[in-house]
Structures are given as structure tokens and as C-alpha cells.
Write a protein that binds this ligand. Structure first.
Ligand SMILES: Cc1cc2nc3c(=O)[nH]c(=O)nc-3n(C[C@H](O)[C@H](O)[C@H](O)COP(=O)(O)OP(=O)(O)OC[C@H]3O[C@@H](n4cnc5c(N)ncnc54)[C@H](O)[C@@H]3O)c2cc1C
Length: 393
């Protein structure tokens, strides 16, 4: 086996799988390395579904990458006949004051509406009466306001990862799973990648190691904070609300700034299994690492989730949790992404687009990373807002 490549992709989760697929499509001699066998449950890309929306309250720079990702996923769907993206709409609900803040922005709903208007994203703004009439499964408060984006919806993250990896192999990509990268060292205009099994060289490397990134990038470690997140699936009580109200056609994905410490977001009942909705509240209070994180969800956490975020807000959702999972956010201040060449070491390209909202951009950012690794600027989207330097600004 050759040990020299054009590009080595380190970490094959959401971003690495998208990047290796795009590099293989471009005929690049590419190898991907992952310490586990993606898709897996140890990083940031599991739990069945991820919200996608074109108008992002996080900022206007995110619309192009979400839009381009939709195009790429639809193209992959045509090639594979596998569904990756469901556009059943997204409902954003907000209240006044502190409740309006989310993902580093004081008025997340207002920002979302502005971004939608400026970027030609089809949407509706809703009053409390509109929300009650159209979405009876949500027990909202008087004066709450809503934004509905019909072209938004959800993506199947594990299938996206698996499909892009699968497509890249016949295109010539080499994939090494169960192999851990221990060092990445620029050497003589190239890059040396050391693993627990060998030494490889490449013209450049894409570092997309998700929550393990700080370990592989000690000089930039302080930029990233890893936060444990809990996902829960609660059974629907069909005696209180018809089950049909929770199907994707009636129950959009949503992000709801309830009058609690954090917002709650969730997904409809999908598939043929037990009727249940996936619901989660974000957690920004504690830091962790992928090596030390508690990967069990306790009974107390489930009780608290139901008490604080479900009872009172979702009349048809029972207190029976049918499934739970722990997942990791890699956060950068202001819920920002970092996707850039490492300053002073341009043969290493770093991709940390998480901050709790990265997946919807992964296919397009993978394409842009591939273009960068091929030596030119991204042609479909701009990554200017995601540079290392803007961090200090
Ligand atoms: C609970 C939760 C909910 C989310 N909800 C949404 C949402 O609704 N919408 C949205 O757009 N985004 C959402 N996100 C964010 C999105 O899921 C992430 O941005 C994205 O999955 C991050 O992917 P990644 O490729 O950076 O990391 P990962 O997918 O974790 O991939 C990193 C990979 O690197 C590998 N690796 C690490 N270290 C090494 C090493 N030393 N050697 C070899 N391989 C290594 C790991 O095994 C892993 O496979 C959510 C995230 C979480 C955790």
C-alpha cells in the first residue's frame, strides 16, 4: 500500500465523510482515517436526525452552505435511492425578553426573519393564534411568536455519513477505520500523519476530528469547549392527541424558546417503530472531553427533562422515555464555525463546524474543503466568516 497521498482526511464523521467523498469525486489520491467505524455513537453525529433550515438566526453567512448542502444531498439521493433529507418545515417559537436569545444572538427569531428576507428564503411569520390553530401539539404561551420555513426539515446524519463513505470507495478513496491519529506534523511543504499503526505523508491534511479536535490541535485548544448533550425520545399518548398530529406532515421540526433555562428542539415521529418524538434541550453549563464524558443518561436526567421541558408544553407526550443518547457539541464562542488553513501551517486545513448547528452545512463545507485541498478557493460557498483570525476580532 502506498503511504503517500494527495490529501489525508482525519476523522470521518459529518465533515470528514463529506470531504472524502468530494475529494474522491475529483480524482484526488485520498485516504481517510477514523479511530472508530463511522457512523458511530461516540462523537457528534448520531441520534437519527438533525434539523436543517436555510435562514439561520446564527447569521446570514450560513444560508449558502445550508442551501448547497440540500442540493448535494438531493444529488446523492438520486444516485443511491436513499432518502437523506425530509423537507417537512421548521417552526421557530419565541417569546419576549431573555426568551428571545439563542445560539449567541439576543433576538434569534428576529435574526432568522431578517436572514430569510435578505436571502429569499420562503417563510411565514405566525402569531400565537396562528401557531395554536396550525400546530395544536404545541401548548404555547399568550404572545408567543413564530416563524415557519416550509423548505426546512431534517436530515438523517448516520445515513449521510455512511452513504458518502460508501460512494467514495469505488471512486478510489482508501478508508482506514479503527486507526487513531496521534500526531500531525508539517514537514518540508508536506504533512506527516502518525497513527497507532503507521506513518503516512500527504500534500495536505483535513483535520475533521469533531470533539477530539482540541487533543490534536493543542496550540489552539482554548478556542474549543466540549459540551455534553442529552437526546431523549418520549412516547406519544394517542389517547390525549391523535398520533397523526406527530407525523412529519403535521409536526414540523422545531426550536422553541420555552420559558426555561434553555430552548427545546425536536422532531416528529418517524418510521414504523413505537410512536415517539425526539426532544432535547441544549446544555452549556458544563465542559467535558470525549474521553471522560458520562455516556449514560440517568433516570434523574430523564425525569428532569420531562418535568422542565415536556410536561406543560406537549400535552400529548407521555413521561415514558423510550430511548436516550449522549452526544457532544464542540463549541466556539458566538456559536461560530472554524473552517480554515491552520495559520503558519497551510498544509493543515481545520474543520470545526459544530457549535450545535453544523450538520446542515456539512455536505457543502465538505465540498469547499475538498476544493481547498485541491489548491483553490471554494467555488460554491464562502468560508470567509469561519477563519481563525475572526475569532480574535
Ligand atoms: C445533540 C446534538 C444535536 C445536534 N443537532 C443539530 C441539528 O439539529 N442541526 C444541525 O445542523 N447540527 C446539529 N448538531 C451539530 C452537528 O451534529 C455537528 O456539527 C456535526 O455532527 C459535527 O461533525 P464532525 O464531523 O465535526 O464530528 P464527528 O461526526 O464527531 O466526527 C469526528 C470524527 O473524528 C474521528 N476522530 C477523532 N479523533 C480521531 C483521531 N485521533 N484519529 C482518527 N479519527 C479520529 C471520530 O471517531 C469521529 O468519527 C448537533 C450536535 C449534537 C451533538
Amino acid at each position: 500500500m502506498s503511504t503517500h497521498f494527495d490529501t489525508i482526511v482525519i476523522g470521518l464523521g459529518a465533515f470528514g465523510s463529506a470531504t472524502i467523498y468530494q475529494l474522491a469525486k475529483r480524482g484526488r489520491a485520498v485516504m481517510g482515517i477514523d479511530r472508530y467505524a463511522p457512523p458511530h455513537t461516540f462523537g457528534s453525529t448520531h441520534g437519527d436526525t438533525r434539523i436543517t433550515r436555510l435562514a439561520c438566526g446564527e447569521g446570514p453567512m450560513y444560508t449558502a452552505t445550508a442551501r448547497r448542502s440540500h442540493e448535494i444531498w438531493r444529488d446523492i439521493e438520486r444516485q443511491t435511492e436513499k432518502q437523506l433529507l425530509v423537507q417537512n418545515g421548521m417552526l421557530l417559537i419565541s417569546g419576549a425578553g431573555r426568551r428571545a436569545a439563542a445560539h449567541g444572538k439576543d433576538d434569534f427569531l428576529g435574526n432568522t426573519i431578517d436572514v430569510a428576507r435578505h436571502n429569499g428564503v420562503a417563510h411565514e411569520t405566525l402569531s400565537d393564534a396562528d401557531i395554536r390553530r396550525r400546530f395544536p401539539a404545541f401548548n404555547i404561551g399568550d404572545g408567543d411568536r413564530g416563524y415557519f420555513e416550509p423548505g426546512a426539515g431534517f436530515v438523517f446524519p448516520e445515513d449521510c455519513v455512511a452513504t458518502q463513505l460508501k460512494l467514495s470507495v469505488p471512486l478510489g478513496a482508501q478508508i482506514r477505520i479503527g486507526e487513531t491519529v496521534t500526531r500531525i506534523e508539517p514537514r518540508g511543504g508536506k504533512v506527516e500523519v502518525t497513527t497507532d499503526r503507521g506513518l503516512y505523508t500527504a500534500t495536505n491534511a483535513v483535520l475533521s476530528a469533531g470533539p477530539w479536535l482540541p487533543q490534536l490541535l493543542p496550540q489552539r485548544k482554548s478556542l474549543f469547549t466540549i459540551r455534553r448533550q442529552v437526546l431523549t425520545w418520549f412516547a406519544i399518548d394517542g389517547a390525549v392527541m391523535p398520533l397523526a398530529q406527530y407525523r412529519p406532515e403535521k409536526f414540523p421540526v422545531f426550536y422553541w424558546q420555552v420559558p426555561r433555562r434553555q430552548a427545546i428542539y425536536g422532531f416528529p415521529w418517524i418510521g414504523d417503530g413505537e410512536p415517539a418524538v425526539k426532544l432535547a434541550a441544549e446544555q452549556y453549563d458544563f465542559e467535558t472531553t470525549p474521553d471522560t464524558v458520562d455516556r449514560n443518561v440517568s433516570e434523574q436526567e430523564i425525569r428532569d427533562m420531562h418535568h422542565d421541558y415536556i410536561a406543560g408544553f406537549f400535552p400529548g407526550v407521555s413521561d415514558r422515555c423510550v430511548k436516550s443518547a449522549v452526544c457532544l457539541y464542540t463549541c466556539v464562542d458566538d456559536a461560530r464555525f472554524i473552517v480554515d488553513r491552520l495559520p503558519g501551517q497551510p498544509q493543515i486545513i481545520v474543520a470545526s463546524p459544530c457549535s450545535g448547528h453544523g450538520f446542515k452545512h456539512s455536505a457543502a463545507i465538505g465540498e469547499a474543503l475538498a476544493e481547498m485541498a485541491c489548491g483553490h478557493a471554494p467555488t460554491k460557498v464562502s468560508l470567509d466568516a469561519f477563519r481563525f483570525e475572526t475569532e480574535a476580532a
